[in-house]
Write a protein that binds this ligand. Structure first.
Ligand code: AFP
Length: 333
């Protein structure tokens, strides 16, 4: 099959056909996510020239300072799904409660959870950022309620992210491999750039905020120290890469292998990252690429969630690297 000029819609129609998630509406949903990515790419490329940098002065449900671009990204995602007939409920890091799109009900059976702008600390310094999304399917007849969005990661019908870097890429999985599309700004189309991504079983990169090392649980500190030991049997110590944007750091690992960690801390046993719209979607993508994602003791996708904005410790990346980290955390090494 000629992969040239393989657009998102054509790819889903021709390769995901027959797969539970890949109806025509799923293709349309992904195209809408791509539209949000185009709008945010446009805004981010000119951010320094517009009054959209800096903070809004508000704090979100997470208790974090809200950047203007957080709000713009959140509003963009809401706008691209209103009146489309595709999605009956939206949940966002930036919204305490879900938004039910009654105008799309009962036709729209998808529910979308997202971190509209991951890496907010990068907004004012032109560093990479991302949008993370998780897609659930509503099976009920009465219309969705908040609890319908609080579902385990294995119930995701699709997941992925947009990364706003030197180019804009959309990476998604609907359970049949993980695939990358690159936005061609001249065509305004996302074209297939990597089909069936396979992550190396072991890498040489670790991604963690070492500034938090004093707060890490002992097993994490011992693991990181091990990665840096010069006399290890492996060729050389691991290299540290940490961008402040989970999407960018995971995207690097997806291609070259290694491990990203945002572990439990002595004062934050649940870690920082959110389960439903950060850890679960990235875990689905990474597992589809042959990698692994856990809390250090439990597979991310197997967690039964209890709350919409629940946080979890996250270790994600190459299978062997994550398994080694788990062994240190569980006291087996
Ligand atoms: P923000 O979106 O609030 O900047 O958080 C980004 C993030 O969730 C993830 O993308 C980064 O890897 C991590 O937090 C950075 O957190 P630290 O600044 O504590 O290292």
């Amino acid at each position: 099959m000629n992969r040239k000029a393989f657009t998102l819609a054509r790819f889903i129609t021709e390769t995901q056909a027959g797969y539970p998630a890949a109806t025509g509406e799923f293709s349309a949903l992904l195209v809408q996510i791509g539209l949000a990515g185009k709008i945010l790419t446009r805004d981010l490329r000119r951010a320094g020239l517009l009054d959209i940098l800096g903070a809004t002065g508000e704090t979100n449900v997470q208790g974090e300072a809200v950047k203007k671009l957080d709000t713009i990204a959140n509003e963009t995602l809401i706008k691209v799904f209103q009146h489309t007939g595709l999605v009956c409920a939206l949940a966002s890091e930036e919204m305490e409660k879900p938004l039910f799109l009654s105008e799309n009900w009962p036709h729209g059976k998808y529910m979308l959870l997202f971190d509209p702008l991951d890496g907010s600390s990068n907004t004012d310094v032109n560093m990479p950022m991302g949008t993370i999304f998780s897609v659930l399917h509503y099976e009920g007849a009465a219309g969705p309620a908040a609890e319908d969005l609080v579902r385990g990661g294995t119930q995701q019908v699709a997941a992925g992210y947009l990364m706003y870097g030197s180019s804009t890429v959309l990476v998604f999985t609907s359970g049949k491999g993980a695939h990358e599309f690159t936005l061609d700004p001249d065509l305004g189309e996302y074209l297939l750039s990597k089909e069936g991504i396979r992550m190396p079983m072991k890498g040489a990169v670790y991604s963690a905020n070492e500034g938090n090392a004093c707060k890490w649980v002992p097993g994490v500190r011992r693991f990181i120290d091990y990665l840096k030991e010069a006399d290890k049997p492996t060729a050389r110590p691991y290299t540290l890469r940490y961008s402040g944007c989970l999407v960018a750091d995971v995207h690097r690992l997806l291609t070259g292998g290694g491990i990203y960690l945002y572990p439990a801390e002595t004062n934050k046993p649940e870690g920082k990252l959110r389960l439903l719209y950060e850890a679960n979607p990235l875990a689905m993508v990474v597992e589809q690429a042959g990698g692994r994602a856990s809390t250090g003791v439990e597979r991310i996708l197997a967690i039964t969630p209890e709350a919409l904005h629940q946080r979890v410790p996250l270790l994600i990346g190459s299978g062997d690297d994550v398994a080694m980290a788990e062994a240190f955390i569980q006291g087996k090494r």
